[in-house]
Design a binder for this molecule. Structure first.
Ligand SMILES: [Zn+2]
Ligand SMILES: [Zn+2]
Length: 188
């Protein structure tokens, strides 16, 4: 499994969603992306007062378990994530590291009292995943609101941006990928 991106469900996540996120990462980043076995629901990260899960604790856990030679290790979960200074986060990544975690809790149309829409959920999850992977490769937030590296603070931001890097971020991503030692042999 060396040199690729591994997606790992944290708690139950539907397989077709994971496969579609992986397919998008392969298509947009040109790296092999595989879905790994499931991890238990992260009860260790549950905050009783907030009724949410601390994304920093989950990220720490992933860092401990991540194979050392791969490019990226991304947890995907349905639980609602937060960082102590914010009400919620869609995802969190280790800057220039391997690990990231994304949540679909607030990507579901039902969260906003809309009918379920699997395609919309997947599209939002793909954008969130690509954004966090960008951080892992050292990309920071982009000011272009259509770029996937634009910082989403609300779901409308996610819906407005494209599921792809802008030309500048795309160049930067490729450049970072070329010089990352863990990326060797991972081009799909
Ligand atoms: Zn970000
Ligand atoms: Zn950009």
């Amino acid at each position: 499994m060396s040199g690729c991106v591994i997606i790992c469900p944290v708690g139950f996540v539907e397989k077709d969603i994971l496969d579609r996120i992986a397919g998008h990462i392969e298509a947009r980043c040109g790296v092999v992306c595989r879905v790994f076995q499931k991890m238990d629901k992260p009860e260790y990260a549950y905050d009783e007062r907030r009724c949410q899960y601390n994304s920093k604790l989950i990220l720490k856990h992933l860092i401990k378990l991540s194979p050392k030679d791969i490019l990226g290790f991304m947890g995907v979960t349905h639980v609602d994530l937060f960082v102590p200074i914010l009400k919620y986060v869609f995802g969190l990544a280790e800057m220039e590291g391997q690990c990231s975690i994304i949540s679909m809790h607030r990507l579901r149309p039902q969260f906003y009292d809309r009918p379920p829409d699997r395609d919309l959920l997947v599209e939002r999850a793909r954008k969130t995943a690509l954004h966090e992977l960008g951080h892992c490769l050292g990309l920071t937030h982009c000011r272009n609101r259509r770029c996937v590296m634009y910082s989403s603070t609300k779901i409308e931001d996610t819906d407005f941006k494209q599921a792809d890097f802008c030309p500048t971020c795309s160049e930067l991503f490729k450049w970072q990928l070329d010089k990352c030692p863990r990326a060797s042999g991972c081009k799909s």
